[in-house]
Write a protein that binds this ligand. Structure first.
Ligand code: GAR
Length: 205
């Protein structure tokens, strides 16, 4: 299965995918290209080090042409799956429709809590601590035209600890949740084990 990975920042989720392909934990999956929303993303370096082609497609620069440019790029690559791995922007409607149920996103909270527009990066963790909830985690879901609303594929939780800061919670969720369930979801899809029925995901055994 050929995938494109969209990134915006540090790229720890991208690195987890690269490492698990290299170690054989992810099988029959090839990253065709890493696509960054901006040229400052350290994830681009990670792609270079791993010998994976990368490209910047910037919504800021392209404006109205962004959606079409993304769609053409994906069609040209011939990818089976699009992975948003720390992608802090939103794909355009044509791309989302053309790749319905073939785009997945990792969100650093337990959807439907602490998600939606503006809830990205460190912010969900700040909101979790401000609310005082006792568990948080991460969610992998299919992408539709609304922020963080498509069918949920996998979730993993951790306890929120009394002395957590947004940064310690973010780190624990990245390592213990995101970097576990995103590679796992990719493998389930590569193995043909994910079905979407009535907007709900069923994992086929
Ligand atoms: C990750 O925590 C990811 O879940 C989050 O941004 C971080 C990027 O880290 N994504 C979102 O908030 C999307 N709404 P990374 O670049 O090191 O993978």
């Amino acid at each position: 299965m050929k995938i494109a990975v969209f990134v915006s920042g540090g790229g720890t989720n991208l690195q987890a995918i690269i490492d698990k392909i290299a170690s054989g934990e992810i099988r029959n999956v090839e990253i065709a290209e890493v696509i960054a929303s901006n040229n400052k993303a350290y994830a681009i370096e990670r792609a270079k080090i791993a010998g994976i082609p990368s490209k910047v497609i910037s919504k800021k620069e392209l404006g109205d042409a962004y959606d079409e440019a993304t769609l053409q790029e994906l069609n040209g690559l011939g990818v089976d799956l699009v992975v948003l791995a720390g992608f802090l922007s939103m794909l355009g409607p044509k791309t989302v429709q053309a790749y319905a149920n073939r785009i997945i996103n990792i969100h650093p909270a337990l959807i439907p809590s602490f998600c939606g527009q503006g809830m990205y990066g460190i912010r969900p963790h700040e909101a979790v601590l401000a609310k005082g909830v006792k568990v948080s985690g991460a969610t992998v879901h299919f992408v539709n035209e609304h922020y963080d609303e498509g069918p949920i594929i996998l979730q993993k939780a951790v306890d929120v600890l009394p002395d957590d800061t947004p940064e310690t919670l973010q780190k624990r969720i990245m390592v213990e949740c995101e970097q576990v369930i995103l590679p796992k979801a990719i493998q389930l899809i590569a193995d043909g084990k994910i079905e979407v029925v009535n907007n709900l995901v069923r994992v086929v055994q």
